[in-house]
Ligand binder design. Structure first.
Ligand code: AMP
Ligand code: MG
Length: 407
Protein backbone atom coordinates (compact mmCIF):
# COMPACT_ATOMS: atom_id res chain seq x y z
CA UNK A 1 0.00 0.00 0.00
CA UNK A 2 1.31 3.46 -0.88
CA UNK A 3 1.74 6.39 1.47
CA UNK A 4 0.06 9.65 0.49
CA UNK A 5 3.17 11.29 -0.91
CA UNK A 6 4.01 8.19 -2.98
CA UNK A 7 0.47 8.07 -4.38
CA UNK A 8 0.51 11.77 -5.19
CA UNK A 9 3.92 11.47 -6.85
CA UNK A 10 2.57 8.61 -8.93
CA UNK A 11 -0.38 10.74 -10.06
CA UNK A 12 1.85 13.64 -11.01
CA UNK A 13 4.12 11.28 -12.93
CA UNK A 14 1.29 9.52 -14.77
CA UNK A 15 -1.05 12.38 -15.66
CA UNK A 16 -0.73 13.40 -19.27
CA UNK A 17 -0.56 17.20 -19.22
CA UNK A 18 -2.78 19.28 -21.50
CA UNK A 19 -1.34 19.67 -24.99
CA UNK A 20 -3.79 22.18 -26.41
CA UNK A 21 -3.96 25.87 -25.74
CA UNK A 22 -6.67 28.45 -26.36
CA UNK A 23 -6.48 32.23 -26.20
CA UNK A 24 -9.36 33.87 -24.35
CA UNK A 25 -10.32 37.34 -23.06
CA UNK A 26 -9.25 37.90 -19.45
CA UNK A 27 -12.91 38.35 -18.51
CA UNK A 28 -13.37 34.64 -19.21
CA UNK A 29 -10.11 33.48 -17.67
CA UNK A 30 -11.17 33.16 -14.03
CA UNK A 31 -9.80 29.89 -12.63
CA UNK A 32 -7.93 29.00 -15.83
CA UNK A 33 -4.24 28.07 -15.95
CA UNK A 34 -1.76 30.07 -18.02
CA UNK A 35 -0.17 28.24 -20.94
CA UNK A 36 2.46 30.91 -21.53
CA UNK A 37 4.41 33.30 -19.34
CA UNK A 38 2.88 36.78 -19.26
CA UNK A 39 4.90 40.00 -19.50
CA UNK A 40 3.55 43.45 -18.80
CA UNK A 41 2.70 45.68 -21.74
CA UNK A 42 3.18 48.82 -19.66
CA UNK A 43 5.00 50.06 -16.59
CA UNK A 44 3.10 50.59 -13.38
CA UNK A 45 2.82 53.41 -12.50
CA UNK A 46 2.80 54.37 -16.16
CA UNK A 47 4.06 57.90 -15.26
CA UNK A 48 5.09 59.74 -12.10
CA UNK A 49 1.84 60.64 -10.34
CA UNK A 50 0.61 62.02 -7.08
CA UNK A 51 -0.18 59.69 -4.18
CA UNK A 52 -2.38 62.32 -2.51
CA UNK A 53 -4.52 65.38 -3.11
CA UNK A 54 -2.24 68.38 -2.53
CA UNK A 55 0.32 70.65 -4.18
CA UNK A 56 3.20 69.80 -6.50
CA UNK A 57 6.38 71.86 -6.23
CA UNK A 58 10.14 71.94 -6.58
CA UNK A 59 11.68 71.44 -3.17
CA UNK A 60 14.56 73.84 -3.88
CA UNK A 61 12.03 76.62 -4.74
CA UNK A 62 10.31 76.01 -1.43
CA UNK A 63 13.50 76.45 0.55
CA UNK A 64 14.47 79.54 -1.47
CA UNK A 65 11.05 81.15 -0.95
CA UNK A 66 10.62 80.75 2.79
CA UNK A 67 8.21 77.79 2.37
CA UNK A 68 5.53 79.83 0.60
CA UNK A 69 4.81 79.59 -3.14
CA UNK A 70 2.13 81.22 -5.31
CA UNK A 71 -0.32 78.83 -6.94
CA UNK A 72 -0.21 78.34 -10.72
CA UNK A 73 -2.46 75.84 -12.49
CA UNK A 74 -3.62 72.37 -11.62
CA UNK A 75 -2.98 68.75 -12.58
CA UNK A 76 -5.98 66.43 -12.67
CA UNK A 77 -6.35 62.76 -13.59
CA UNK A 78 -6.24 61.90 -17.28
CA UNK A 79 -4.62 65.12 -18.51
CA UNK A 80 -0.90 65.91 -18.84
CA UNK A 81 -0.37 69.30 -17.16
CA UNK A 82 1.96 72.01 -18.48
CA UNK A 83 5.40 72.33 -16.90
CA UNK A 84 5.48 73.77 -13.43
CA UNK A 85 6.12 77.54 -13.53
CA UNK A 86 9.41 78.22 -11.76
CA UNK A 87 8.93 79.54 -8.23
CA UNK A 88 5.29 78.36 -8.12
CA UNK A 89 3.32 75.38 -6.91
CA UNK A 90 0.54 73.50 -8.73
CA UNK A 91 -2.70 72.06 -7.38
CA UNK A 92 -2.63 68.27 -7.90
CA UNK A 93 -5.00 65.36 -7.28
CA UNK A 94 -4.43 61.69 -6.43
CA UNK A 95 -3.32 59.78 -9.54
CA UNK A 96 -2.74 62.94 -11.62
CA UNK A 97 0.56 63.32 -13.50
CA UNK A 98 3.30 65.18 -11.65
CA UNK A 99 4.09 68.28 -13.78
CA UNK A 100 7.54 68.56 -15.33
CA UNK A 101 9.91 70.30 -12.93
CA UNK A 102 8.12 69.22 -9.74
CA UNK A 103 9.81 66.78 -7.38
CA UNK A 104 7.57 66.86 -4.30
CA UNK A 105 3.87 66.78 -3.38
CA UNK A 106 2.62 68.23 -0.09
CA UNK A 107 -0.78 66.99 1.09
CA UNK A 108 -3.55 69.54 1.24
CA UNK A 109 -4.18 68.94 4.97
CA UNK A 110 -0.72 70.38 5.73
CA UNK A 111 -0.97 73.78 4.05
CA UNK A 112 -2.52 77.16 4.74
CA UNK A 113 -3.31 79.66 2.03
CA UNK A 114 -3.89 83.37 1.65
CA UNK A 115 -5.06 85.65 -1.13
CA UNK A 116 -2.38 87.92 -2.54
CA UNK A 117 -1.96 90.52 -5.27
CA UNK A 118 -3.89 93.60 -6.29
CA UNK A 119 -7.65 93.68 -7.06
CA UNK A 120 -8.26 91.99 -10.42
CA UNK A 121 -4.96 90.02 -10.34
CA UNK A 122 -5.76 88.25 -7.06
CA UNK A 123 -3.95 84.97 -6.67
CA UNK A 124 -3.24 82.54 -3.93
CA UNK A 125 -0.11 82.04 -1.86
CA UNK A 126 0.31 78.59 -0.33
CA UNK A 127 2.25 78.18 2.91
CA UNK A 128 3.96 74.83 3.40
CA UNK A 129 5.40 73.21 6.53
CA UNK A 130 9.12 73.76 7.05
CA UNK A 131 9.72 70.08 7.60
CA UNK A 132 8.57 69.22 4.05
CA UNK A 133 10.91 66.52 2.73
CA UNK A 134 11.93 66.38 -0.94
CA UNK A 135 10.43 63.58 -3.05
CA UNK A 136 7.40 62.85 -0.86
CA UNK A 137 3.99 61.62 -2.09
CA UNK A 138 5.12 60.82 -5.61
CA UNK A 139 4.49 57.39 -7.08
CA UNK A 140 7.43 56.86 -9.38
CA UNK A 141 6.99 55.48 -12.89
CA UNK A 142 7.68 51.73 -12.94
CA UNK A 143 8.23 51.38 -9.18
CA UNK A 144 5.66 48.55 -9.08
CA UNK A 145 6.70 46.79 -12.30
CA UNK A 146 8.16 47.81 -15.64
CA UNK A 147 7.12 47.23 -19.23
CA UNK A 148 8.18 43.69 -20.27
CA UNK A 149 8.63 42.52 -16.69
CA UNK A 150 7.62 38.88 -16.24
CA UNK A 151 4.38 38.87 -14.25
CA UNK A 152 3.35 35.20 -14.38
CA UNK A 153 4.86 31.86 -15.26
CA UNK A 154 3.18 29.06 -17.18
CA UNK A 155 0.93 26.98 -14.92
CA UNK A 156 -0.33 29.88 -12.81
CA UNK A 157 -3.98 29.59 -11.92
CA UNK A 158 -5.75 32.90 -12.46
CA UNK A 159 -7.86 34.20 -9.60
CA UNK A 160 -9.85 37.44 -9.64
CA UNK A 161 -6.96 39.42 -8.12
CA UNK A 162 -4.58 38.05 -10.78
CA UNK A 163 -6.93 39.36 -13.44
CA UNK A 164 -6.76 42.79 -11.80
CA UNK A 165 -2.99 42.70 -12.20
CA UNK A 166 -3.21 41.53 -15.82
CA UNK A 167 -5.71 44.24 -16.61
CA UNK A 168 -3.45 46.89 -15.07
CA UNK A 169 -0.61 45.50 -17.17
CA UNK A 170 -2.65 46.09 -20.34
CA UNK A 171 -3.23 42.39 -21.04
CA UNK A 172 -6.58 41.76 -22.72
CA UNK A 173 -6.21 38.09 -23.71
CA UNK A 174 -4.33 35.17 -22.24
CA UNK A 175 -3.26 31.78 -23.57
CA UNK A 176 -4.57 29.08 -21.25
CA UNK A 177 -4.52 25.30 -21.30
CA UNK A 178 -7.61 23.57 -22.64
CA UNK A 179 -9.96 22.33 -19.95
CA UNK A 180 -9.88 18.60 -19.38
CA UNK A 181 -13.09 16.80 -20.32
CA UNK A 182 -14.23 14.88 -17.28
CA UNK A 183 -17.03 12.36 -16.80
CA UNK A 184 -18.37 12.00 -13.27
CA UNK A 185 -20.44 9.03 -12.16
CA UNK A 186 -21.73 7.81 -8.85
CA UNK A 187 -22.32 4.12 -8.19
CA UNK A 188 -24.76 2.54 -5.78
CA UNK A 189 -28.17 0.86 -5.88
CA UNK A 190 -29.18 2.84 -2.80
CA UNK A 191 -28.65 6.31 -4.25
CA UNK A 192 -31.49 8.70 -5.06
CA UNK A 193 -31.23 12.28 -6.28
CA UNK A 194 -32.68 14.90 -3.88
CA UNK A 195 -36.17 15.87 -4.98
CA UNK A 196 -37.18 12.26 -5.50
CA UNK A 197 -38.96 10.28 -2.82
CA UNK A 198 -36.82 7.91 -0.76
CA UNK A 199 -37.91 4.28 -0.59
CA UNK A 200 -36.87 2.19 2.40
CA UNK A 201 -33.15 1.44 2.23
CA UNK A 202 -32.37 4.32 -0.09
CA UNK A 203 -30.31 7.44 0.66
CA UNK A 204 -29.79 10.77 -1.03
CA UNK A 205 -26.77 11.05 -3.27
CA UNK A 206 -24.24 13.82 -2.64
CA UNK A 207 -20.79 12.90 -3.97
CA UNK A 208 -21.58 13.35 -7.64
CA UNK A 209 -22.86 16.89 -7.12
CA UNK A 210 -19.91 18.00 -4.97
CA UNK A 211 -17.40 16.37 -7.29
CA UNK A 212 -18.91 18.08 -10.32
CA UNK A 213 -18.93 21.47 -8.60
CA UNK A 214 -15.37 21.19 -7.33
CA UNK A 215 -14.23 20.15 -10.82
CA UNK A 216 -15.97 23.14 -12.36
CA UNK A 217 -14.26 25.38 -9.84
CA UNK A 218 -10.97 24.02 -11.16
CA UNK A 219 -11.91 24.91 -14.73
CA UNK A 220 -12.83 21.42 -15.95
CA UNK A 221 -15.45 20.69 -18.60
CA UNK A 222 -17.66 18.29 -16.72
CA UNK A 223 -20.25 15.80 -17.91
CA UNK A 224 -22.69 14.43 -15.36
CA UNK A 225 -22.78 10.70 -16.01
CA UNK A 226 -25.52 10.03 -13.48
CA UNK A 227 -25.62 7.08 -11.13
CA UNK A 228 -24.73 3.53 -12.13
CA UNK A 229 -26.32 0.52 -10.48
CA UNK A 230 -24.13 -1.91 -8.56
CA UNK A 231 -23.83 -4.45 -11.34
CA UNK A 232 -21.01 -5.12 -13.74
CA UNK A 233 -23.14 -4.39 -16.82
CA UNK A 234 -24.19 -0.92 -15.67
CA UNK A 235 -20.66 0.14 -14.80
CA UNK A 236 -19.28 -1.47 -17.96
CA UNK A 237 -21.86 0.27 -20.14
CA UNK A 238 -20.60 3.62 -18.87
CA UNK A 239 -16.88 2.89 -18.95
CA UNK A 240 -17.09 1.39 -22.44
CA UNK A 241 -17.85 4.86 -23.86
CA UNK A 242 -15.31 7.11 -22.28
CA UNK A 243 -12.77 7.63 -25.05
CA UNK A 244 -13.79 11.32 -25.34
CA UNK A 245 -12.78 12.03 -21.76
CA UNK A 246 -9.47 12.98 -20.26
CA UNK A 247 -10.58 11.84 -16.83
CA UNK A 248 -13.34 9.61 -15.52
CA UNK A 249 -14.11 10.06 -11.85
CA UNK A 250 -16.37 7.68 -9.99
CA UNK A 251 -17.56 7.51 -6.43
CA UNK A 252 -18.29 4.35 -4.47
CA UNK A 253 -17.90 0.70 -5.27
CA UNK A 254 -14.15 0.68 -4.97
CA UNK A 255 -13.44 -1.25 -1.76
CA UNK A 256 -13.44 -5.02 -1.42
CA UNK A 257 -17.14 -5.70 -0.81
CA UNK A 258 -18.99 -8.05 -3.15
CA UNK A 259 -20.73 -5.12 -4.81
CA UNK A 260 -17.60 -3.08 -5.30
CA UNK A 261 -17.28 -3.47 -9.00
CA UNK A 262 -15.64 -0.30 -10.13
CA UNK A 263 -12.09 -1.52 -9.81
CA UNK A 264 -12.95 -4.80 -11.52
CA UNK A 265 -14.52 -3.04 -14.50
CA UNK A 266 -11.76 -0.43 -14.72
CA UNK A 267 -9.29 -3.29 -15.09
CA UNK A 268 -11.13 -4.36 -18.27
CA UNK A 269 -10.64 -0.95 -19.89
CA UNK A 270 -7.47 0.37 -18.35
CA UNK A 271 -4.51 -0.15 -16.19
CA UNK A 272 -4.58 0.44 -12.44
CA UNK A 273 -1.61 2.29 -10.92
CA UNK A 274 -2.79 2.01 -7.33
CA UNK A 275 -6.01 1.28 -5.56
CA UNK A 276 -5.27 1.69 -1.89
CA UNK A 277 -3.47 4.43 -0.01
CA UNK A 278 -2.43 4.52 3.63
CA UNK A 279 -4.80 7.34 4.57
CA UNK A 280 -7.92 7.85 6.64
CA UNK A 281 -10.53 8.57 5.55
CA UNK A 282 -10.35 7.14 2.08
CA UNK A 283 -8.12 4.10 1.98
CA UNK A 284 -9.85 2.55 -1.04
CA UNK A 285 -9.07 4.99 -3.81
CA UNK A 286 -7.96 3.88 -7.26
CA UNK A 287 -6.02 5.68 -9.93
CA UNK A 288 -4.98 4.53 -13.37
CA UNK A 289 -4.99 4.91 -17.13
CA UNK A 290 -8.11 4.50 -19.19
CA UNK A 291 -7.89 3.72 -22.91
CA UNK A 292 -5.01 5.35 -24.74
CA UNK A 293 -5.09 8.85 -23.27
CA UNK A 294 -7.55 8.99 -20.35
CA UNK A 295 -7.15 8.66 -16.63
CA UNK A 296 -9.52 7.37 -14.04
CA UNK A 297 -9.81 8.11 -10.39
CA UNK A 298 -12.20 6.03 -8.33
CA UNK A 299 -13.12 7.78 -5.10
CA UNK A 300 -14.65 5.97 -2.13
CA UNK A 301 -18.38 6.29 -1.49
CA UNK A 302 -18.50 7.71 2.01
CA UNK A 303 -19.18 11.39 1.44
CA UNK A 304 -16.37 12.63 3.66
CA UNK A 305 -13.91 10.10 2.19
CA UNK A 306 -14.99 11.20 -1.25
CA UNK A 307 -14.38 14.86 -0.38
CA UNK A 308 -10.99 14.28 1.22
CA UNK A 309 -9.72 12.00 -1.53
CA UNK A 310 -10.91 14.50 -4.13
CA UNK A 311 -8.69 17.11 -2.51
CA UNK A 312 -5.77 14.72 -2.04
CA UNK A 313 -5.79 13.09 -5.48
CA UNK A 314 -8.08 14.78 -7.99
CA UNK A 315 -6.83 18.31 -7.33
CA UNK A 316 -3.13 17.40 -7.81
CA UNK A 317 -4.11 15.43 -10.94
CA UNK A 318 -5.82 18.51 -12.37
CA UNK A 319 -2.94 20.79 -11.46
CA UNK A 320 -0.59 18.33 -13.21
CA UNK A 321 -2.86 18.41 -16.27
CA UNK A 322 -2.62 22.21 -16.22
CA UNK A 323 1.20 22.16 -15.97
CA UNK A 324 1.07 23.70 -12.50
CA UNK A 325 2.65 22.57 -9.29
CA UNK A 326 0.71 21.68 -6.17
CA UNK A 327 1.51 21.78 -2.47
CA UNK A 328 -0.89 21.79 0.44
CA UNK A 329 -0.65 24.62 2.94
CA UNK A 330 0.34 23.22 6.34
CA UNK A 331 -0.15 25.58 9.27
CA UNK A 332 1.30 24.60 12.67
CA UNK A 333 -1.29 25.52 15.29
CA UNK A 334 -2.05 24.71 18.93
CA UNK A 335 -4.83 22.18 19.35
CA UNK A 336 -7.53 22.14 22.02
CA UNK A 337 -8.74 18.74 23.26
CA UNK A 338 -7.19 15.27 23.14
CA UNK A 339 -7.30 12.67 20.42
CA UNK A 340 -5.88 9.15 20.67
CA UNK A 341 -5.53 6.73 17.78
CA UNK A 342 -3.72 3.70 16.42
CA UNK A 343 -0.79 4.58 14.14
CA UNK A 344 -0.65 3.08 10.64
CA UNK A 345 -2.36 5.55 8.31
CA UNK A 346 -2.04 9.25 7.68
CA UNK A 347 -5.24 10.79 8.97
CA UNK A 348 -7.20 13.92 8.12
CA UNK A 349 -9.50 14.95 10.97
CA UNK A 350 -12.25 17.41 10.23
CA UNK A 351 -11.30 20.43 12.26
CA UNK A 352 -11.94 24.07 12.90
CA UNK A 353 -9.39 26.82 13.28
CA UNK A 354 -10.63 29.71 15.37
CA UNK A 355 -9.62 32.88 17.18
CA UNK A 356 -9.28 32.30 20.92
CA UNK A 357 -8.60 35.71 22.49
CA UNK A 358 -5.13 36.65 21.29
CA UNK A 359 -4.39 33.19 19.90
CA UNK A 360 -5.31 31.06 16.94
CA UNK A 361 -6.21 27.51 17.91
CA UNK A 362 -7.78 24.52 16.26
CA UNK A 363 -10.00 21.72 17.41
CA UNK A 364 -10.92 18.35 15.99
CA UNK A 365 -14.68 18.40 15.52
CA UNK A 366 -16.86 15.79 17.19
CA UNK A 367 -18.27 13.21 14.76
CA UNK A 368 -15.30 11.91 12.76
CA UNK A 369 -17.00 8.80 11.31
CA UNK A 370 -16.47 8.87 7.55
CA UNK A 371 -20.24 8.56 7.06
CA UNK A 372 -20.84 11.64 9.27
CA UNK A 373 -21.21 14.66 7.05
CA UNK A 374 -22.89 16.98 9.61
CA UNK A 375 -19.43 17.94 10.87
CA UNK A 376 -18.74 19.67 7.56
CA UNK A 377 -20.91 22.58 8.66
CA UNK A 378 -18.27 23.71 11.17
CA UNK A 379 -15.26 22.36 9.31
CA UNK A 380 -12.84 24.91 7.85
CA UNK A 381 -9.95 22.51 7.42
CA UNK A 382 -8.28 19.32 8.55
CA UNK A 383 -5.77 18.28 11.18
CA UNK A 384 -3.19 16.18 9.38
CA UNK A 385 -1.70 13.34 11.42
CA UNK A 386 1.32 11.45 10.14
CA UNK A 387 1.29 7.69 9.68
CA UNK A 388 3.11 7.13 12.99
CA UNK A 389 1.06 9.63 15.02
CA UNK A 390 -0.65 8.32 18.15
CA UNK A 391 -2.84 11.42 18.36
CA UNK A 392 -2.39 14.55 20.42
CA UNK A 393 -3.09 16.17 23.75
CA UNK A 394 -4.50 19.64 24.34
CA UNK A 395 -1.86 22.35 24.00
CA UNK A 396 0.30 20.46 21.51
CA UNK A 397 1.09 21.74 18.05
CA UNK A 398 -0.60 20.00 15.13
CA UNK A 399 -0.63 20.58 11.40
CA UNK A 400 -3.77 22.24 10.08
CA UNK A 401 -4.62 22.26 6.36
CA UNK A 402 -7.26 24.86 5.38
CA UNK A 403 -10.14 23.27 3.46
CA UNK A 404 -9.39 25.28 0.31
CA UNK A 405 -5.60 24.97 0.45
CA UNK A 406 -4.90 21.38 -0.57
CA UNK A 407 -3.12 22.53 -3.72
P1 AMP B 1 -19.16 2.29 -1.18
O1 AMP B 1 -17.82 2.94 -1.32
O2 AMP B 1 -19.90 2.18 -2.44
O3 AMP B 1 -19.03 0.98 -0.46
O4 AMP B 1 -20.01 3.26 -0.27
C1 AMP B 1 -19.65 3.54 1.07
C2 AMP B 1 -20.76 4.31 1.76
O5 AMP B 1 -20.95 5.56 1.11
C3 AMP B 1 -22.11 3.63 1.72
O6 AMP B 1 -22.75 3.89 2.96
C4 AMP B 1 -22.83 4.30 0.59
O7 AMP B 1 -24.23 4.29 0.75
C5 AMP B 1 -22.31 5.71 0.68
N1 AMP B 1 -22.28 6.34 -0.64
C6 AMP B 1 -21.75 5.80 -1.75
N2 AMP B 1 -21.86 6.65 -2.79
C7 AMP B 1 -22.47 7.76 -2.32
C8 AMP B 1 -22.89 8.97 -2.91
N3 AMP B 1 -22.65 9.23 -4.21
N4 AMP B 1 -23.50 9.89 -2.14
C9 AMP B 1 -23.71 9.65 -0.83
N5 AMP B 1 -23.35 8.51 -0.22
C10 AMP B 1 -22.74 7.56 -0.94
MG1 MG C 1 -21.58 1.40 -3.12
Amino acid sequence: MLNLDQAQAEIIKQVRPATEIETIPIGQALGRFLAQPVKSRVSNPAFDNSAMDGYALTHADLVNNDFSLPLAGESRCGIVPPKLTAGHCMRIFTGAPVPGGADTVVIQENITSQKIGPGNKLSELINFPENTQPGTNIRKQGEDFKQNDLLYETGQRLQAHDLALLSTAGIDKVAVFMRPKILVIATGDELVTPGEKLKPGQIYESNRLTTILMLKEMGAEVTDGGTAADDVESVRAILANTSDYDFVITSGGVSVGDHDLVKQVFEEFGQINFWRVRIKPGKPVAFGKLGDHGHFIALPGNPVSSLVTFKLFVLPALVAWFHGSAAMTEIPVTVTGNFKRKPGRMEFLRARIFQDGENIRCQALPGQGSHMIGTLRDCNGFIKLDVESQGFSAGEQVIFVPIDKFV
